[in-house]
Design a protein around this ligand. Sequence first.
Ligand code: SAM
Length: 284
Amino acid sequence: ETASKYDAPSMVPVGVDPTRASIARVYDAFLGGKDNYAIDREVFDQVLQVAPEARDLAWSNRNFLTRAVRFLTDQGGIRQFLDCGSGLPTAENTHQIAQRIDPEARVVYVDNDPVVIAHGEALLEENDFTHFVAADIFQPQQVLQNPQVRKHLDFEQPIALLHVGTLHHYTADNGGELMREYIDALAPGSFVAISHFLNPETPEHQALATRMEDVFIHSPMRSGRFRTKAELRKFLPGLEIIPPGPGAEPDFTLSDMWWPDGPRLRPLSPVEECSAAAVGHKPL
Ligand code: SAM
């Protein structure tokens, strides 16, 4: 494979190296799944040491995915999803959420983790409208030019591109350019949904974000950047951000605060202050 301007240390595929934790398996451990190994649980345990509520970080992310896909299908009228970094199958996957609203909504999942490829292909390709592609999501052209992606998604029509819980594993600084390549390929009216570890820049929570980033980057997983809102906005070039709540400014917000399902009855846990999300719309 040729060198690419998007190469970065964390981008070396985890393969079957037993000394490397896999992002997908570590995430599975955070969510309480069973598809993870000792090396992955080691990362989870290290994060628990600095953030006892660490599980909430993964659930904030996953619950945002659920609400965003429901919104995009129902309000956005989207019938095609390109889910980058699908992860291991959980109870509520993108196709299950979208196809509850329209059984013919099309979903293409993309991931490059060997365990996801092994389990995901079988479990996620549940019907003729749901497909799985093995590709590197940080090489946009590899995804966009993939024949399966082109076969199952119509790029002349709006698409929802999901980069949920992925870009914090892209450690280089040119992620805005990377996302622009994706966005340029999308038809007007398309949407992009992103969630990402947040550096909250507040005296109470910044130290926690820094400690978690330090653990992730030095762990056998080797990636997990906590970016500021200003850094995150660069991931949605040329898009109009959907206001994340009634009367809210169009901007990234805490993932838990993005159109929550109901009123908040308990305070956010500290890690929930360290995850942000937004949905952008490509102007018509
Ligand atoms: N999107 C899901 C969610 O939010 O629940 C899963 C998020 S999980 C934290 C990140 C996923 O991105 C993992 O499954 C991992 O294998 C995948 N991933 C990370 N780097 C990747 C790459 N370069 N190419 C393809 N997939 C990648």
